[in-house]
Write a protein that binds this ligand. Structure first.
Ligand SMILES: O=c1ccn([C@H]2C[C@H](O)[C@@H](CO)O2)c(=O)[nH]1
Ligand SMILES: [Zn+2]
Length: 287
């Protein structure tokens, strides 16, 4: 397991120092469909280094896969990081490639991403450059200026429609109840374009809880769904368990304009979680 707290000691953000990190992150990738594990290593604004890996979901359409770059951003969110100073993507630790176009669009949602340094090498890994992320983007790619960004403290003031649910919701924010964690995730989720926040909490057979916040992209299709975001927590903190060990899941969402995460969340969990996984949906409204 790549320990997220000791990575500061790896030195400068250069290929030689990144290789051991890539090697240690690769076993976390779940690439059963493509057979191509991908790792993204990110230098966060705190100075700590984080990883992302690609996660493919057998039985689920390919477009619900989690890219290594998306995983990295969700991992930064789990660790309350605000920005990405450096980015390196590799399949083998030798050749470092640019983020894919889909992820460039996703990454644009991170504040000051244009200044992020991306490590890129030639295909032999012999020579490399450091390029600002802005130079990788096409001029036309969609962006919006005056909105909050990924990883910033978004706070959606939402509450359950069914007020009886509050009987079991904790005021204290450190608890691990499934409903509480899913409500907190939805509250912190990033949905400036649809204004439909959502969050998911999962529990494994051993009783450990994981959660994830929905992360929306202005280009819509490159958004990261709340189940996928919670799966990132599961891959980072779940000790390598299979998704089949997920036995219960809660989605908290504010449905608006007919938009809902429920159908996709249920479809993904039916395919990957324990066949008897309980799935509950708790609906919210704006406070
Ligand atoms: O930049 C990239 C390109 C591809 N992939 C993943 C998606 C899929 O799981 C696999 C094959 O494309 O690699 C990434 O994670 N990042
Ligand atoms: Zn990608």
């Amino acid at each position: 397991m790549l320990d997220q707290t000791e990575t500061k000691s790896y030195g400068d953000f250069i290929p030689r120092n990144l290789r051991p990190l890539i090697d240690r992150a690769i076993p976390h990738a779940r690439a059963q469909i493509s057979g191509s594990p991908v790792v993204a290593i990110g230098l966060a604004s705190s100075g700590q280094t984080f990883f992302g890996v690609n996660v493919e979901l057998p039985g689920v359409p390919l477009n619900y896969s989690i890219h290594a770059e998306q995983f990295l951003v969700a991992n930064l969110a789990l660790h309350s990081e605000l920005q990405l100073k450096g980015l390196a993507i590799s399949t083998n630790g030798y050749y470092f490639q640019a983020p894919c176009d889909h992820c460039c669009q996703f990454l644009k949602e991170v504040r000051d991403m244009s200044d992020t340094i991306v490590v890129i090498t030639d295909p032999t890994g012999q020579s490399g450059t450091f390029k600002p992320f802005s130079t990788l983007l096409s001029q036309e790619s969609i962006s919006r200026e005056n909105v909050l960004r990924f990883l910033e403290l978004s706070y959606n003031s939402i509450g359950f429609i069914d007020s009886s649910l509050y009987m079991d919701i904790c005021i204290n924010s450190g608890c691990n109840h499934l409903n509480c964690r899913a409500l907190r995730a939805a509250t912190m989720s990033y949905a400036p374009y649809s204004t439909c926040p959502s969050g998911v909490a999962l529990i494994d057979r051993r009783g450990k809880v994981y959660s994830g916040v929905y992360m929306e992209s202005v280009a819509h299709n490159s958004s990261l769904g709340p189940v996928q975001a919670a799966l990132v927590d599961f891959v980072v903190n779940g000790d390598g368990q299979e998704f089949k060990e997920i036995v219960e899941a809660v989605l908290v969402e504010r449905k608006c304009g007919g938009l809902s995460q429920e159908g996709i969340a249920r479809m993904i969990l039916e395919k990957i979680a324990d066949p008897d996984c309980i799935f509950r949906v708790l609906h919210c409204k704006n406070n």
